[in-house]
Design a protein around this ligand. Structure first.
Ligand code: SF4
Ligand code: FES
Length: 278
């Protein structure tokens, strides 16, 4: 079987561009009365510059216009093209077909989400969980007169967690999300940490009430698949572990400090002020 395909390891270009590969795609059209998903094979060109998403677009444009899937930017930014590729959560615009040769390449909808149609999943559960962690800056003090400046070190504290593109690959990879529908999940917790670590934010104790629960950080058993799956190196597993440490520290502080001082101590140093050296 494999001999019928070109040697994709050779960087000749010509062979690759004339070869083909099979995409084995999950189909599911409940509006047509289908009760179970099925798979359908499509033979598509194997080009060295094509990602799995290009293969799906080829199917849609030239073979079967009824195929449904999401995408937008084609450059790993919008987070909408996540699917399972050979069983692993991937951004299909970044997963190159040649890495899956000689095929077939299995393309399925993300796990742990209800399927609307074919490869399109419904992420409403995440959208409902997200506001619970208050992913915005909480600061009751009057805003500064000018810019609210931060030093490079203060930005570096939370920058990694701000790279999330809400692609849901970590939710698809996480076994706890699959077992417990109430678990807030990796990206929501990482985003909470993004704001907790922001020097302009004073909301760490507000978020702790939601996150220091079995549906929050304590539900995570540190499998670490979320971090492996994340295309933006957000490291949600690391965020959760760091948060567990903060929560444990916070419960100790609760014995010895009043709430106002706990917030300052947990948030770290006071934010940069006008006139501070950035
Ligand atoms: S943490 Fe990573 S995998 Fe999870 S939604 Fe954000 S970018 Fe995607
Ligand atoms: S199409 Fe936007 S991330 Fe893939």
């Amino acid at each position: 079987m494999a001999d019928t395909y070109p040697d994709v390891t050779a960087d000749t270009g010509t062979d690759l561009d004339t070869g083909t590969i099979t995409m084995r795609v999950t189909r599911y059209r409940p509006e047509d009365g289908e009760l179970e998903p099925t798979t359908q094979d499509y033979q598509i060109p194997l080009r060295k510059d094509w990602a799995v998403l290009d293969g799906l677009n080829h199917i849609k444009d030239h073979i079967d216009a009824t195929l449904s899937y999401r995408w937008s930017c084609r450059m790993g930014i919008c987070g909408s093209c996540g699917m399972l590729v050979n069983g692993e959560p991937k951004l299909t615009c970044e997963a190159f077909l040649t890495d899956y040769a000689p095929g077939p390449v299995r393309v399925e909808p993300l796990a742990n989400f209800p399927v609307i149609r074919d490869l399109v999943v419904e992420i409403g559960s995440f959208m409902r969980k997200l506001p619970q962690v208050k992913p915005w800056i909480i600061d009751e003090a009057p805003p500064p007169a000018g810019e609210h400046r931060q030093t490079p070190a203060q930005v570096a504290e939370y920058q990694q967690y701000s790279m999330c593109i809400n692609c849901m690959l970590c939710y698809s990879a996480c076994p706890i999300v699959g077992l417990d529908e109430h678990f807030l999940g990796p990206a929501a917790i990482a985003l909470a940490q993004r704001y907790n670590l922001d020097s302009r934010d004073q909301g760490v104790l507000d978020r702790l009430e939601v996150l220091s629960t079995d549906e929050g950080i304590w539900g995570c058993t540190f499998v670490g698949e979320c971090t492996t799956a994340c295309p933006k190196h957000v490291d949600p597993a690391g965020a959760i572990q760091r948060y567990k440490l903060s929560a444990a520290t916070e419960s100790l502080k609760a014995f010895v400090l009043p709430k106002s001082r706990r917030a300052r101590a947990t948030n770290g140093p006071a934010p940069a002020k006008e006139g501070d050296t950035p």
